[in-house]
Every structure is written in C-alpha cells, then in structure tokens.
Design a protein around this ligand. Structure first.
Ligand SMILES: [Zn+2]
Length: 558
C-alpha cells in the first residue's frame, strides 16, 4: 500500500515536468519492470499449480491454483497503475514499437481485472471448483465408471444401437450435474463485463483479446455460406454409410451414431483404418523423431510432461509454458492410436512455438502472437497423423500403401474439416447467444443450433443441459472460435510452406518430414517474434497476406 502511494507521486512528478516521448517511455518501462517483478512469481506459481492439479486431481493443487490466480487478479486490478497505463496510452506519446505492444497488452489485462475484488475472487474460486468437477467426473454405464477415452472408443467401435445410445447418454451425464453452476458462472462473468462497460462477457472477451466481435461474426457467416452445401452433400454420404453400418434407414440415425460425443470429428466412412498403423508403435517416440527431423527438438519438453492416463487426472490434453523462459510441458492421455498421434503432435506444436520464442524479448511479449496463432501451428502438425506421406516417412508404411490410401485420407481430412467447421459454428453461436441472454432456454438453443449447423436429429423429447457436457463452455469461455481461426491460418501457412519452402503445389499433400528448412521458416517467422507484432502483422510478415479464409477454402471446399 505504502509503496503504491510513493509510486504514484513519483509518476505525477515525472508526468508534470516533461510530457515528452522519452519521459513517457521511461516511465512506462519502469512501470513494466516493477510489474514483472511482482507478477512473475505468481504467474509461475499459477501455471505450476494448474499443471499439478490437472495431473493429480488433488484438492490442494486446485486450491493453490485458485490462490495464485487471485493473487494475479489483485496485481492486475491495481487502480493506480491502471490509471497510469490509461493516461500513457491516451497520451499517444509512446512511439517505441516494443513498448507500445506491451502497453496495449497490459492495458487490456488490467482492464479485464478492474472489477470488485471480492466478486473477482468469488468468480475465480467458482471457476476452479467447476474445473475440478469436470476433471474428476467419471460417467457411469450400468453402474460402472467409464473414462472419456473409453466412451469415445466405444462410440467408434460398437454397432449395437442400444449400447451406443447408452454410452452417448453417459457422456452427457456431466451436463445436468454442472449446468446450473455454469449458468451462475456465465452471469457472474456478464456482471463483470457490464461493470467494465462491455455489452456482455462474450463481447468483452473478444475485444480484450484484440478481436473485433463484428468481424469475427462476419467471418463465421462467410464460413457458414462457404461450407453449407458441401457439408450437406458430405453429410448425406456419411448418413448412407452409417445407416448401412447400423442397419437403419438414414432418417433413423441419431447423434450416438456419429462415432463422437459431439460429432466434432469425422466418422470413419472411408475404407481406411488409420489406428492400425499406430497400434504397434510408440506415438510419443514417433512425434519426437518427427520434430527432430524438422530441426525442432522436443526432448526437453517431453521430459517435463505427463503423458499417460491416471486416476483423477484431467482427461483432455494441453500444453503450458510455465515460466516464459522455456519450461514447457504437455499433458496428454496417450494411447497408441491415430487420435492420440494427432493430439500429441498438436500439443507439441504448441510446445515448439513456446519453447522457441525469443527469450530476449521483454517478459510480456514472450507469448505467441495470439491464442489462435499457436492453435494454427498445433493444427498444421496435428493434421499429419492422417497424412499418407507422413505415415510413410515416420510410421513405416510402404510407398504403395501410402498411394493406395491417399485419396481416402484426403477425403477424410476434408470431411474432418467440414465436420469441425460446422461444429465450431454451433459453439461460437451458442456462446454468443448464451452470454447475450443466459436466461433463455439454453437446452433448446443448443439443439436448435446442432440441428441447423450439424444436421443432427435431437432425440425425441430431450431436454437436458447437453451444452454443459462440453468442458469449453464452462472452463475456456469464448475461446472456441479460435480453433476455427487456427484452421484458417494453418491452411494459409501450409500453402506458404508448400510453395515457398518446399516448392510444391499450394494444396499438395506433403509429408513435412526430415527437412529442417520447415522448422527454420517457422522459427524465424512465427515462433521467435512471440508477441512482438500484433497478430495480423505477424501473419502478414510471415505469409505476405493478412489472415484470410482463401487457402482453407482452396484446400477443403473445392
Ligand atoms: Zn491446441
């Protein structure tokens, strides 16, 4: 408290005697240095506790994670520092580009924390509690606990319609358990957004992450019209294959027939069994060798990671940069199959990005340019698990086998992209509408969107909080659209690598293996700059164009 008074007096003096650029920049730099010293230990503590909580499921780690987050929110809630940041920003005097970037990032971070401290702490605690419930919840089928991996495996393999329904219903159990709490959280988030002058939390969340909500919506509208017809045609193909498989008429197919809890992935309708290529392989070793081949060593990341299933452990996957100084780790639940090959490559894609950021950059710029730019990198690599030439060069399938499955795999990847794109429409529009009005009938909203965009049929009379069975709705709010933006950028970067680095055709299927030039290009143009440039600047520098849907459409919608 005392320190702050002194600090604010000092800044007034500086501002009073000289309001020039140099003074303003000096003041800002001092302010950032002070902040870094305060925030850094809490940021490291928070990231470590989150990692440990996810891995162990232990109460005390979740508690620790919450405490660190509260500590951080207090640091960034400081009204005196915020007032200075605001004044410096509004003065327009800061010219140094690195300082300006830091100023914008910090201004948004502080703005997002200028809320009643008690309420902020309640929100953080409620979020952490809910996170733990998702992590440790296990669905039950016939009184027996089943993991998400088991449910997914069952939905993919069984042909018994009754059992499929049972497992799909089990995957929704979490929804009704947490639904009411999620709505409470949504309202708390909205209350914060309103008090900070935003329309609602969705609006605030996008704006503070440097995205214009109207532009994002227009992009989703554009993608909707780009994908609608192709998806509808492909969905008919899917339905005829699945109807034959389950011995039903296409109009009798239900959501549990699409081989995934949410129909966010392509059902296996083409005659390929990619899992068989990985069954006798060690997917972690394959990933490690692959990354080494393009000059991006992941040994140190893997050594710190937690890779396999455990009781009480978080069931999904993520990558975390603990200290912005190279302590990068991933959490996975690896099985030797195609899905986990893709996920391992994906998470390590985030990993090599974080690990290779220029550590000489100022602390607040040692992050990816945006969350969706790191998603894009993760996606470029995640897509390789189904790439025939990648399988040839990394998993030992023969050249003849690669050629034989090439067309089926290409069709599969296209279907995958369309299925995911339609699913992301549901997620984006659901969240936007939920934050605009959390009191509406959310169960109905969810199924209306699922029917409209995914062309699935709502089970007769179903009125449950199925939307709350998607963990992102609760724990990673207003984030999902970034996956779709990531796919667009992945295609854009891939086309650039194809033509400029590999001298291949824009949309050729290439194995991206054993060529350090690929790692080099990404290292110098995407990874090293960190958050030095605004995300669209970085993309323009790296590819010659701002973010565009052109290459995604060219790759998958022709
Ligand atoms: Zn990711």
């Amino acid at each position: 408290m005392k320190k702050l008074v002194v600090f604010s007096l000092a800044t007034i003096l500086i501002a009073g005697c000289n309001s020039g650029t140099k003074k303003m920049e000096t003041e800002l730099k001092a302010l950032i240095d002070t902040l870094e010293i305060k925030a850094r230990p809490a940021e490291i503590g928070s990231a470590l506790a989150y990692f440990n909580a996810a891995v162990t499921g232990k109460d005390e780690e979740y508690k620790k994670s919450s405490e660190f987050n509260i500590q951080l929110s207090r640091i960034y809630a400081d009204t005196v520092i915020f007032a200075r940041l605001k004044a410096i920003k509004e003065s327009g005097k800061v010219k140094d580009s690195l300082l300006l970037r830091q100023l914008n990032i910090l201004y948004n971070t502080f703005l997002g924390n200028q809320w009643n401290q008690k309420k902020m702490e309640d929100l953080i605690n409620a979020q952490t509690k809910l996170e733990q419930r998702y992590s440790t919840f296990r669905a039950t089928v016939d009184g027996k606990k089943v993991t998400d991996n088991e449910i997914e495996a069952f939905l993919k393999s069984s042909t018994n319609n009754k059992d499929l329904e049972k497992y799909w219903l089990a995957s929704k159990q979490i929804g009704d358990t947490v639904g009411a709490e999620v709505i409470k959280l949504v309202k708390m988030r909205n209350e914060m957004a309103h008090s900070l002058g935003f329309t609602n939390y969705h609006d605030m969340s996008l704006r503070l992450s440097d995205q214009d909500p109207e532009k994002i919506e227009r992009l989703f509208d554009e993608l909707d019209s780009l994908t609608r017809n192709t998806f509808s045609t492909l969905k008919s193909d899917v339905d005829s294959v699945l109807a034959a498989k389950y011995k039903l008429r296409p109009d009798q197919l239900m959501p549990w027939h699409y081989q995934n809890r949410f129909f966010q992935e392509a059902p296996a309708i083409y005659n390929i069994n990619l899992d068989s290529y990985y069954a006798n392989k060690d997917v972690v070793q394959l990933a490690k060798d692959f990354y080494a081949g393009i000059g991006l060593d992941v040994t140190a990341i893997l050594a710190k990671s937690d890779l396999y299933e455990k009781e009480g452990k978080y069931q999904h996957a993520f990558c975390t940069h603990i200290d912005r100084s190279g302590d990068v780790r991933v959490v996975c639940n690896v099985k030797n199959n195609e899905q986990w090959m893709g996920t391992t490559l994906h998470e390590l894609g985030h990993g090599v990005y974080d690990k290779n950021i220029d550590m000489q950059l100022p602390y607040y710029l040692r992050t990816p340019a945006h969350t969706f730019t790191t998603e894009a990198i993760a996606m470029i690599f995640g897509r390789l698990s189904t790439n025939p030439y990648w399988l040839r060069d990394n998993a030992g399938i023969s050249a003849e086998e690669a050629d034989r499955i090439k067309q089926a795999v290409k069709n599969n990847l296209r279907l995958q992209q369309l299925v995911f794109s339609r699913w992301s429409q549901v997620m984006f529009r659901f969240e936007r509408s939920m934050y605009a009005n959390p009191d509406q009938d959310l169960n109905k909203l969810w199924w209306d969107l699922v029917e409209k965009y995914q062309l699935l049929k709502k089970p007769e009379g179903r009125n449950n909080a199925d939307w709350a069975s998607k963990i992102h709705i609760a724990s990673y709010p207003c984030y999902y659209h970034n996956y779709q933006l990531g796919e667009l950028l992945a295609s854009q970067l891939q086309a650039y690598i194809n033509t400029r680095v590999l001298k291949a055709g824009e949309y050729d299927i290439v194995s991206l293996s054993k060529n350090p030039e690929i790692g080099n290009y990404l290292l110098n143009n995407v990874f090293r700059p960190g958050a030095k440039y605004q995300w669209n600047d970085m993309i323009k520098r790296a590819t010659g164009e701002e973010l565009t849907a052109k290459y995604y459409a060219g790759e998958f919608l022709k």
